[in-house]
Design a protein around this ligand. Structure first.
Ligand code: AMP
Length: 283
């Protein structure tokens, strides 16, 4: 695997590959890699000649300095995992490479960046959009791979590609979960054993909401039930919403909906979601 910390040598390397007609798949990450990330790498390996992964903990998408400081950083281990997965290129820039000076640029997405994650993490999606734009310009991939685990982020990236005319195809990879349903996340590394066990309540809450919606129960009642379920495990639910998969408008029925949850397990904030295609598929 070729490892680059600077932009110019990475660009030169990719330019020579591109001129040989190689297609480039790109997997942007913040590191502390797990099987969820490796699913994106494998998808890219299956579709492209060359797979580029980036590892960069982007400060502009963190509103909370403690969350940024405590974000797990495991570069040596990540490099081993990427080597084992036969990733071709790793880009792991420093903050000075990515942001020469205080970044004046912000990107807004109307309502989409002010609801759900956007409401509880103001400025988060602007930071994501700015850094992904920079990475797209640097790597110029044919296909970029993002996880369904961050559903609202996928919506934001899709809008960004469309609006900025990036010549990049977006490929969404399903969420990889532990045996008990907990979605894999780098932040899970910050959970104690006890917190790790209690964190399964997010997935249980999503499943309970799915079943409740099929039975025709109102979302307000389901929200109260899931908040109580979380409470019983000492987990603080921040939101539980049901929105249309494509428009992100609030939805009461389970058809082509996505149920999204965010909750604090101890000091660690986790998110998850469950996509519901149609009542027929669930039955
Ligand atoms: P992150 O390093 O958390 O920024 O994630 C990098 C990419 O991996 C994003 O596109 C995430 O949506 C994706 N990802 C994270 N966790 C999972 C998971 N459990 N399953 C699938 N994709 C994931």
């Amino acid at each position: 695997m070729h490892i680059f910390k600077e932009i110019a040598p990475l660009r030169d390397h990719l330019k020579s590959l591109r001129s040989g007609q190689s297609s480039i798949g790109f997997v942007p990450t913040m590191g502390a890699l797990h099987k969820g990330h490796l699913g994106l790498i494998n998808a890219s390996k299956n579709h492209n000649d060359i797979t580029v992964c980036s590892i960069y903990v982007n400060p502009t998408q963190f509103g909370n300095p403690e969350d940024l400081a405590k974000y797990p950083r495991t570069l040596e281990q990540d490099i081993d995992l990427l080597e084992q997965a036969s990733c071709d290129v790793l880009f792991c820039p420093s903050n000075t490479v990515m942001y020469h000076r205080a970044e004046p640029l912000t990107i807004s997405f109307d309502k989409l960046d002010r609801i759900l994650e956007g409401e509880f993490r103001p400025g988060h999606f602007s930071g994501v959009a700015v850094v992904v734009s920079k990475l797209f310009n640097i790597v110029q991939p044919d296909i970029a791979y993002f996880g369904q685990k961050d559903y609202q982020q996928v919506m934001i990236i899709s809008k960004l590609i469309e609006a900025m005319k990036f010549n990049v195809q977006l490929h969404v990879v399903p969420t990889v979960r532990e045996h008990d349903g907990l979605a894999l996340s780098s932040r899970n590394q910050r959970l104690s054993v006890d917190e790790r066990n209690r964190a399964t309540v997010l997935y249980q809450g999503l499943r309970a909401t799915q079943q409740g919606l099929i039975q025709g129960l109102p979302l307000s009642e389901l929200r109260t039930r899931v908040a109580a379920l979380c409470d019983s495990k000492g987990v603080r639910m921040e939101y539980l919403e049901v929105v249309d998969q494509d428009t992100f408008e609030v939805k009461e029925s389970p058809t082509r909906a996505v149920i999204l949850i965010a909750a604090y397990v101890g000091n660690v904030r986790l998110i998850d979601n469950l996509v519901v295609e149609s009542q027929d598929e669930i039955a």
